[in-house]
Write a protein that binds this ligand. Structure first.
Ligand code: ADE
Length: 266
């Protein structure tokens, strides 16, 4: 996969050299280009913003530098012309609090792309025509990390890159961890423990030390379901009842949680 990021703060992306993302780059699983939007300005002040049409507070990012940046990256992000499909198999991702909410499912979809371009907006955002024009050449997705407002898209892009890159084949040493983790099946992960067996008066749950793999799996499932019901009732409500067995339903209703479509449980 190749990821290009356009930003007025390239320094934000130092962490893309570190840890498993840095390793993925070093091993050739991932290519990253970070580009300063001001490269595509032509005035002495290297201006990227202006006041909003219609009035209102703040500034809006002007379309011209963005248009030139996207032209350059789409045409020759790797020093060669893009071929094939319009946009050359590129998806533009724009972080904004006005976007659709980023989820693990979206991370999987984005991890399946060959190329991603992230456009980091600042101020009140990017002139909408940049996105509308880009959408005539490539798929464009506006994405929000959640219902809060950041200064700009840079941190959101770091978050998305981490979620996406860890899904690329070969990046995680043990791919099994992807199957077990929170959100893999619409439920949160159960708590985890390591040595010592007792710490500051808190023992590791006995069952995890029993060696009985069937009971351990059931215990983990119970903990995962109870945690999800308590902390994220929205996830529980969205669960496909076909993924629950009768024991799951009995556990949840015993703890006071009603499961939609419980009669369909296996
Ligand atoms: N930019 C500013 N706030 C954001 C958010 N919540 N998600 C994504 N990008 C943003």
């Amino acid at each position: 996969m190749r990821i290009d990021v356009v930003t007025i703060f390239p320094e934000y992306f130092g962490p893309l050299d570190l840890s498993l993302i840095g390793k993925a780059r070093a091993s050739g699983l991932l290519e990253v280009g970070v580009h300063d939007l001001r490269t595509w300005t032509h005035d002495v002040h290297r201006t990227v913003d202006d006041s909003p049409y219609g009035g209102g507070p703040g500034m809006v990012m002007r379309p011209e530098p963005w248009g030139e940046a996207l032209d350059a990256l789409v045409a020759g992000g790797r020093g060669e012309p893009a071929g094939g499909a319009p946009g050359g198999g590129v998806r533009l991702v724009v972080p904004t609090p006005a976007g659709e909410v980023f989820t693990q499912a979206m991370a999987h979809d984005l991890a399946a792309e060959q190329r991603l371009i992230f456009a980091c907006g600042r101020y009140e955002g990017i002139d909408q025509r940049v996105l509308d024009h880009a959408a005539t050449r490539m798929p464009v997705t506006e994405v929000s990390l959640g219902d809060y407002v950041l200064f700009g898209g840079e941190v959101a892009v770091l978050v998305m890159c981490e979620a996406i890159v860890r899904l690329l084949p070969g990046v995680l040493g043990n791919a099994d961890s992807l199957a077990e983790e929170s959100h893999a099946h619409g439920v949160l992960e159960s708590p985890v423990y390591t040595k010592p067996p007792e710490w500051r008066g808190h023992p590791v749950p006995e069952i995890l030390r029993s060696g009985d793999h069937g009971r351990i799996a059931r215990w983990r499932r119970d903990q995962a379901l109870l945690r999800t019901a308590r902390r994220r009732p929205d996830l529980l409500a969205a669960l496909d009842p076909g993924t629950l067995d009768k024991r799951d339903v009995a556990l949840l209703s015993g703890a006071g949680f009603q499961v939609r479509g419980a009669d369909m449980a296996k």
